[in-house]
Ligand binder design. Structure first.
Ligand SMILES: [Zn+2]
Length: 368
C-alpha cells in the first residue's frame, strides 16, 4: 500500500485545498486486518480546516494525515494525532505505522459522511445591529490602545464605551446559558463576535478538546461564510479569558487592522497568556461594570480571580460553586439593566438601551 501516493493523488485532485484522511480497518479479529478504507475530507473553506472535521468525526484517537502547515493553530494541542504528509518527520512516523500494518490493501471511496464539526457555537446572521450609524469598532480600537483607564467623553462616545463593557459581560453570560442549556460545555470560557453596529454576529463556548470558546466562535462564523478568511471590518472579539496560544494564532490569522480583541480574565499559564500581547484586558481600559450590585464595584473577572486559583483558571471556574453563581449573575445583571425603565432623552441613553436589549434577546436564544 502506498498511503503517501494516495494522499498525493488527493492533493493533485484538489489543488490548494485543505485535506485530511484516516484509515479505518475492515474486518477485525486478532492480528492485522487485511483491508482498510481511507476516509478523507476536503475542506472548501480554508478557515475551517479539513483536519478539524476529521478529528471531530472520530470517536477514538488515531493518526490523521493532513496537508495542514505544521504551525497551523490546530496543531497547538492536536499535533500528536496529526501527521503532516509533506513533513519529513511525519513521513518517518508514517513508515513506522506502515511496518506495523504490512500487507494491507486500501480502498479509497467517496468522502465519508458524518464529517460535521462538533461546534459549541452559532452564527446569528449579519443584519444591522442595535447601534444606528455604527462606530463601535473605532471606539474599540481607541479604548484598546489606551495605556490605562481613562475617563470617557460624553454622549455617544460614552455610550459606545459603556457598550463595550456590556458586551464583555455578555461573553460571561454565554457560559451561564451554556451551563443551563447545553450538554457540550467543557471549561467555563465564553466568547462573542460583535459587529461595528453592535450585532452579536456569533457566540461560542468551550466544548472540550481543541474546541475552545474562540475556536468555536470562529468556526461558527467561517462555516457560515465559505470562502472568507478574515473577520468583518471593525468587528470585535470578546472572550472571558485571555486567548491561549492556539486561539491567539487563529485570531491573528483572521483579524484585520480594524479588529480588536478584549478579554476578561488573565490566564497566567504558559499557553494561556499567549493572547495577552495582542488583545486588551477590558478591566484595564474601561470602568468596571458591577455585577450583583453592592458593595464591590468590580468587573466579574476580578471577583472570579479571587474564587479560583490563578493557575488553570479555565479548568477551575467550573469547579467552584461561588464562581458559577457569579457567572449566572452576569446574565441576571444584563436582564436587570435591560429592563430598567429609562427615559430615552438623549443619544447616550438611546444607544445603551438598544445595546442591552439586543444582548438580552441574543442571550435568551442561546441553547444548543
Ligand atoms: Zn484557547
Amino acid at each position: 500500500m502506498d498511503l503517501k501516493g494516495e494522499f498525493a493523488r488527493l492533493e493533485r485532485e484538489n489543488p490548494g485545498k485543505s485535506i485530511a484522511a484516516y484509515l479505518h480497518p475492515e474486518g477485525g479479529g486478532t492480528g492485522a486486518p487485511a483491508r482498510a478504507t481511507l476516509y478523507y475530507h476536503v475542506s472548501t473553506n480554508d478557515s475551517v480546516p479539513a483536519a478539524a472535521h476529521v478529528l471531530d468525526s472520530l470517536e477514538d484517537r488515531r493518526v490523521v494525515y493532513t496537508n495542514l502547515a505544521s504551525d497551523h493553530w490546530l496543531t497547538t494541542y492536536m499535533s500528536s494525532q496529526l501527521v503532516h504528509m509533506q513533513n519529513p518527520a511525519g513521513c518517518n512516523k508514517l513508515r513506522l505505522w506502515q511496518r506495523n500494518s504490512i500487507d494491507w490493501t486500501v480502498e479509497r471511496p467517496a468522502p465519508a459522511p458524518g464529517m460535521a464539526l462538533r461546534v459549541g457555537g452559532r452564527f446569528l446572521g449579519d443584519a444591522e445591529g442595535p447601534i444606528a450609524g455604527g462606530g463601535l469598532g473605532a471606539m474599540a480600537k481607541k479604548v484598546a490602545a489606551r495605556p490605562a483607564l481613562a475617563d470617557a467623553g460624553g454622549g455617544r462616545e460614552k455610550a459606545l464605551e459603556r457598550a463595550l463593557r456590556y458586551y464583555a459581560l455578555a461573553a460571561y453570560a454565554v457560559i451561564s446559558r451554556a451551563r443551563h442549556h447545553s450538554t457540550m460545555l467543557g471549561n467555563y470560557v465564553g466568547a462573542i463576535l460583535v459587529s461595528d453596529s453592535g450585532r452579536i454576529l456569533a457566540w461560542g463556548f468551550n466544548s472540550t478538546s481543541f474546541h475552545h470558546a474562540e475556536v468555536n466562535l470562529m468556526l461558527a462564523y467561517f462555516l457560515a461564510k465559505p470562502g472568507e478568511t478574515k473577520l468583518p471590518a471593525n468587528s470585535i472579539v470578546f472572550s472571558s479569558l485571555t486567548p491561549c496560544k492556539q486561539c491567539a494564532t487563529l485570531l491573528e490569522t483572521a483579524r484585520g487592522t480594524t479588529n480588536s480583541i478584549f478579554y476578561g480574565q488573565f490566564d497566567s499559564g504558559d499557553f494561556g497568556k499567549a493572547g495577552a500581547a495582542t488583545s486588551a484586558k477590558i478591566d484595564d481600559v474601561t470602568k468596571p461594570v458591577s455585577v450583583g450590585g453592592k458593595p464591590a464595584r468590580t468587573f466579574v473577572a476580578g471577583t472570579l480571580d479571587t474564587e479560583v486559583a490563578k493557575q488553570n483558571i479555565a479548568q477551575n471556574i467550573g469547579k467552584s460553586e461561588a464562581a458559577k453563581t457569579l457567572i449566572d449573575r452576569t446574565l441576571d445583571e444584563i436582564g436587570r439593566r435591560s429592563s430598567k425603565d429609562r427615559k430615552l432623552e438623549d443619544e447616550e441613553q438611546t444607544v445603551k438601551s438598544a445595546v442591552l436589549k439586543h444582548i438580552k434577546e441574543t442571550l435568551d436564544a442561546i441553547a444548543i
